[in-house]
Design a protein around this ligand. Sequence first.
Ligand code: NAD
Length: 495
Amino acid sequence: MTPKGPDMTLDAAPLADFADPALHAAGLYIGGDWLPGSGIPVLNPSTGGGLAQVADASPAPALRAGDAAPSAAAGWRATPPRQRAEILRRWFQLMTEHAEDLARLISLENGKALADARGEVAYAAEFFRWYAEEAVRIPGEFRHAPSGANHILVDHDPIGIAVLIPPWNFPAAMATRKIGPALAAGCTVILKPASETPLTAYAMARLGAQAGVPPGVVNVLTTAQPGPVTNAMLADPRVRKLSFTGSTGVGRVLLAEAAKSVVSCSMELGGNAPFLVFDDADLDAALDGAMIAKMRNAGEACTAANRFYVQSGIHDAFVVGLAARMAALKVGPGTDPASQVGPMITPRAVQKIDRLVTRAVNLGARLVTGGTPLPSSGYYYPPTVLADVSPQAEIAHEEIFGPVAPVYRFDTEDQAIALANETEYGLAAYVYSRDLSRALRVGKGIETGMVAINRGLMSDPAAPFGGAKQSGLGREGGVTGILEFMEPKYFAVNF
Ligand code: NAD
């Protein structure tokens, strides 16, 4: 592969002091081989400096990965579930043993605060443990046909080669949430990490090989041309699954592309989560939950609370409390243990957040704290609270993906539900109320795949994660996640 891309001075120091240098990798991982390459610069959002160069695959090596995965497929499919489970369990163990190195790597390439990165590694590894446990519990059915004429037997086969595309915001967890169930189901995979955060994926692939994942079962390739490379893979008739996590816009493009060869799609797309606080909520608990729901990953999460709807009786106290907590957060480089809020992923992300805040203010929103990008070579935006925001403002309809909390006022339960549903998205929602009947009633009324009640966090490998409306198709995690990578096969049986 010809190295190309901008010349760049690498800021080698951050990677040099890793406890385990074997975790460094910068080449395509195909069929168990590391193919050297460069061309995609990986930047450190905390400084704007360079971290590494990774390989830039064109469609040709992507097709080679398309050969590696099928040649490993028969062996992996025939590997007993118990053995697949034990490999996944060892991979969980190795991720846990290397948790600190992985967290630092995530923090370096993504910018998130170390505490968030440590949380991500633990969460990511849990998908391997959970799917190690699920690999040996693949369901089937056997029952009488209602006519009494025969029996119905339902088996589940691995669906086939799977292309996995995660985003940059959880470079470890969004990959393991796909690799875990795919491998448990007996599928081989081609993982295409986001170009912003490829180092974590390559480091995890090294650990996978140590755990005993056979060559070709997990292939990893980075590319600066995700469209053509993905299209080439989807056109390969051996590829039967696309599992994508990212923006709704790219999801729509990929659904159209997958339609050409009728590839099965799981889509985890964008969010615009409402966070509802009723007058009868425990104010401190609601503020604690709000900080988690908003500030995990500095707001760069699909489940991030994007719109705070607060009932009139508690509204003013909530705004004051939230602003005090947000203003007290320490913003700084992700790898600095004192930092609570790291930088955004790119300068473009900062510009988008700034635009949304400025336009909301122009429409009458009151800036309670924050509101101006921080001067630095890194990409920092301060924790920001906006009150009296117009529901017409662009910020009410777009994913902010940053540390900005817009607060809106409501009066009645029906009004809150209607406001919460005023979006094309339907991923996650939060409800705070001491009245559990009301919280459940409101939760039922909100059109999302997930609702957290009196909690600021809902992600759990043991629960079905996913969205309604334009937030996605299918679910990851839980007991059904493995079925996304399986094809049911029905036998009509007489005996
Ligand atoms: P993105 O859609 O820009 O990119 C996601 C991935 O798709 C990346 O790997 C990117 O390289 C790749 N990609 C981009 N264009 C492509 C194309 N034409 N063909 C194939 N691949 C392509 O999203 P992002 O900015 O990386 O991530 C942020 C988005 O992800 C937000 O909208 C967020 O809500 C969403 N997200 C959703 C979930 C979920 O579980 N629902 C989880 C995390 C993030």
